[in-house]
Design a protein around this ligand. Structure first.
Ligand code: GAL
Length: 411
């Protein structure tokens, strides 16, 4: 609750003038929590006399938004800015559709204030092609405090413990695992488990470098088999629902655990829940020091008359990276700032934990959030994983083969 009050002055003080410059921005922040964060962005830009023109596409972790964007861009009418991240940035840059950020603002200080992994993620052929905004941690396990206290359950730190805990929760009549069943969410469960069981190096080999030996390994087959066990702890009526439908069950004390990125925390905090009081953020079992990251960023589309547009573009980029915005936005979003010089004392305990892990842990890009691959390949991979998860007859060894062949075909 305290956190929300902090944001109110910003939300109510900034108003765009009638002569404000319009900026159309495509994004998919439409879930509870995400909406509040997007409003902070809108108000911060309004304070710079930029009028936010909302091009919001609901659902599917951005899948639909990216398809709509392709259509707009192909018809020669892209928005001014769009939420594009990871290797997709390079795909758009490659076809010459983006403005280089280093032509818009002086990026000299980025070298010092942005961590290397952030800089690399938004760079294509030596140029910054997107402005980074936050770092989300994907491999979290969230626990409902009330249910864990009531059932006197310890935090599961191994997968064996996890399954014992889940069985106890089920026996007590609560839903063990809150999970909306769309393909990327199924794959997120898999990703968190695969990182924990394979470790950072093999995860990277398999899902970043697409090394066929690791993809086809006996270990990978074992990961798929263990992953399937998670399916017995879900509520099947949530299949096909967005992540926040599942997260609501944690907030209403109906479900005990959820694997999800920390944007879920943005939603819980927006409804007045408090980290470590109402819910806990713990490491995915057997994942100590492992951090799968998701970096949100915006690209600027190249349009006619660059000089005339440069002013609004530079205000946009500088606002997003300002200390005040980095603090207010990320407190609301559940993520941590991209800048390394932000005072973290105003952030909740989970963000502080994430910050420490980000700077001290082993970092890997999340493939389910398309930070490791393009969204095209991500879609193919996540569908194979999801089909396996939902088909009781599916075979782990055959799925592993299918996965590596599909990746080979696309690469
Ligand atoms: C991700 C995005 C996050 C988050 C999530 C769920 O792709 O990077 O910021 O909001 O989708 O919508």
């Amino acid at each position: 609750m305290k956190k929300r009050l902090l944001l109110l002055p910003l939300l109510f003080s900034a108003h765009a003038n009638s002569d404000a410059i319009p900026l159309e921005v495509l994004h998919w922040w439409t879930a509870p929590g995400e909406l509040e964060s997007q409003k902070i962005l809108e108000k911060s830009l309004a304070a710079q006399n930029i009028e936010w023109q909302n091009f919001a596409i609901v659902g599917e972790g951005g899948d639909t938004a990216l398809r709509v964007l392709q259509m707009r861009a192909l018809s020669g009418n892209p928005p001014d800015a769009a939420q594009i991240k990871g290797p997709d940035i390079g795909e758009w840059a490659k076809v010459g559709m983006l403005d280089e950020i280093d032509k818009v603002v002086d990026t000299t200080s980025w070298q010092d204030i942005l961590p290397q992994v952030v800089r690399e993620t938004v760079t294509y052929k030596g140029h910054y092609m997107a402005v980074p905004i936050n770092v989300h941690r994907v491999n979290w396990l969230w626990l409902n405090k009330k249910i864990f206290n009531e059932l006197k359950l310890p935090v599961p730190t191994t997968w064996d413990d996890f399954f014992i805990t889940a069985d106890k929760i089920k026996a007590a009549g609560y839903l063990p695992l809150a999970h909306g069943g769309t393909a990327w969410q199924d794959a997120l469960l898999f990703e968190s488990m695969a990182l924990s069981l394979l470790g950072a190096e093999k995860y990277r080999k398999a899902f970043v470098n697409h090394d066929e030996d690791v993809l086809n390994s006996v270990e990978m087959i074992a990961v798929f088999k263990k992953f399937k066990r998670l399916n017995t702890y879900l509520d099947q009526s949530l299949v096909g629902k967005d992540w926040f439908n599942a997260s609501k069950l944690i907030a209403t004390d109906k479900a005990a655990m959820q694997f999800m990125g920390d944007w879920a925390k943005g939603m819980w905090n927006a409804s007045g829940k408090e980290a470590m009081v109402d819910y806990m953020c713990v490491e995915v079992p057997e994942s100590k020091g492992l951090f799968s990251y998701n970096i949100d960023s915006f690209v600027l589309f190249e349009k006619y008359n660059f000089q005339a547009r440069k002013n609004v573009q530079s205000l946009f980029v500088n606002t997003l990276l300002s200390k005040q915005f980095q603090t207010e936005f990320n407190i609301s979003k559940g993520s941590i700032p991209v800048r390394n010089d932000i005072d973290m004392s105003k952030f909740d305990a989970c963000s502080q934990k994430s910050y420490r892990a980000f700077y001290n842990g082993q970092l890997v890009p999340s493939f389910t959030q398309n930070v490791a691959t393009t969204s095209h390949l991500q879609n193919i991979i996540t569908k194979i994983i999801s089909n396996y998860f939902n088909d009781p007859q599916a075979d782990a060894a055959k799925t592993v083969k299918r996965l590596s062949l599909a990746i080979r075909a696309v690469k």
